[in-house]
Unconditional design. Structure first.
Length: 139
């Protein structure tokens, strides 16, 4: 995969997302563990705590990738965007079931949160150069 140049602004957001993912991962293992368990939809056929631990491990790996795998940042961008898509049903379940977690204790707050997931996906793809890569391949 050819290297796409990114701007300082893109790099800033890529690093910010990497730090965000690592911080969130630590929350999976410690002080936010119950909140993350509340996010896991009931239809997931695995133990909720196991899902939280495994997703925390994935978040650390993706966060570190966003920070340090410059040569593979487009791949990492695609992987993190996919991760955000895969965890989105948990956000939807939180809204539908009226589950309070992460300080989201009203339906309005839970609904507003749903609109931030596409923003995270876009920022991930943009900051890693993945959007530019897709545009280049399309032309």
């Amino acid at each position: 995969m050819e290297n796409i140049q990114t701007t300082k602004t893109q790099n800033f957001f890529r690093i910010l997302l990497g730090i965000f993912m690592i911080t969130a991962a630590f929350g999976h293992f410690t002080f936010q563990r119950a909140d993350f368990q509340a996010q896991v939809p009931n239809w997931v056929p695995l133990d909720k705590d196991l899902v939280v631990i495994l997703s925390g491990i994935v978040e650390i790996a993706l966060g570190l990738g966003m920070l340090f795998l410059k040569k593979y940042r487009i791949y990492v961008g695609f992987a993190l965007a996919l991760f955000y898509v895969l965890v989105f049903p948990g956000n939807i379940a939180q809204y539908i079931n009226g589950t309070s977690a992460f300080g989201l204790d009203t339906d309005q707050a839970r609904l507003i949160r749903l609109f931030f997931q596409p923003v995270l996906i876009f920022l991930t793809l943009w900051s890693t150069g993945a959007i530019a890569f897709l545009r280049q391949k399309a032309s």
